[in-house]
Design a protein around this ligand. Sequence first.
Ligand SMILES: Cc1cc2nc3c(=O)[nH]c(=O)nc-3n(C[C@H](O)[C@H](O)[C@H](O)COP(=O)(O)OP(=O)(O)OC[C@H]3O[C@@H](n4cnc5c(N)ncnc54)[C@H](O)[C@@H]3O)c2cc1C
Length: 334
Amino acid sequence: MRIAIVGGGLSGLAVCYHLLSKDRTLKIELFEKEGIGSGASGAAAGLLHPYTGSLAQLNWGSKDAIAATIQLLNAAAHAIGKSTYKKSGIVRCAINLEDQKSFSKIVQTQDDVSLWDPDHTYNQTGIYRPALFIPGGLSVYTDLYLKGIWILCAHYGAKLVSQTFILNDSAHFDKVILACGADIANLYPSLNLVLKRGEILICEKKLIYGIIGNGYLSLTDQSNICYLGTTSRKDLKYITLDEATNLIRYQIDPWVKMDIKVLGYKSGIRVYRSLDSYYPIIDQLDSKTWCFTGLGSRGLMYHAYLGYILAKAILQQSSNLIPRPFKISNKTVI
Ligand SMILES: Cc1cc2nc3c(=O)[nH]c(=O)nc-3n(C[C@H](O)[C@H](O)[C@H](O)COP(=O)(O)OP(=O)(O)OC[C@H]3O[C@@H](n4cnc5c(N)ncnc54)[C@H](O)[C@@H]3O)c2cc1C
């Protein structure tokens, strides 16, 4: 079977890996117009934990999904000969009373998190806030991870096609998987996806934990470099380093009183199913075409798990294998 995968980000690489893990005879061409990891995936800060969202509720299927990600992270680490993540722990600082109430409730039902009082958070992070501590939270080195996964896909026989895929190219393939991040909104406008641009600053600073509050700080594979981000803009406008620095510092300064030297930045577009649902989308668009999109800010959490399910659904020609929350809503007309 000849398969085109459009996009070399988290979603495209995950489905490529799982397809080839199930069947090495597949002829897969991975179209990537700008290089592996050049979309949102290359700009991801690398924070991975199951208590995302404004109220830090445990996300649907998150434990299985994160286990699937860790399996791929380890496979990629083996391929590249370097660690692709660190179990750093993540500190979610409370910004307001609502956060504090929500964190207090969560520790009553979940045994993998604990509450920190402001003094303890300050001693550990330099930030004086009550916090939810997630010891199992990971800092993923996304660049290394994407490289490692691509090495495995290429080893299993996938070919990289460094050009833009257009829908007419579908004629040459038995199956087409659109895992092309924000560009799917142009190819299939009827999906009515919500797009938001975000930036992360690359900064000189040592961190022990990933930290989330009114913005976030994350570790990288270099011990003296971290990422700092807050932005999420519907205008999608590309901004300069100075503009990104001002925007992020303005939002984060009242919260993080730290001296941080900015070295550069990365920018990418997150894709959401809608403003009120965080479920990504995997589904069949027509007899030949499947889509994998809407990972929003939970790309690291869901890509490996959904890549596995999508690969199975495609090989068994059955979209019924896709759990309902991840299917295109019935209201969406294609
Ligand atoms: C600033 C920022 C910080 C983030 N931080 C985190 C985080 O800490 N944790 C987390 O879990 N998630 C985070 N995310 C979200 C995460 O990055 C995304 O959910 C995920 O990367 C989406 O992956 P994707 O493969 O669907 O899309 P993308 O990574 O955008 O990949 C799509 C690829 O398709 C290619 N492409 C598009 N159209 C075509 C075409 N026609 N032909 C050929 N190639 C094409 C593009 O060049 C691109 O490389 C962050 C996102 C941003 C922007």
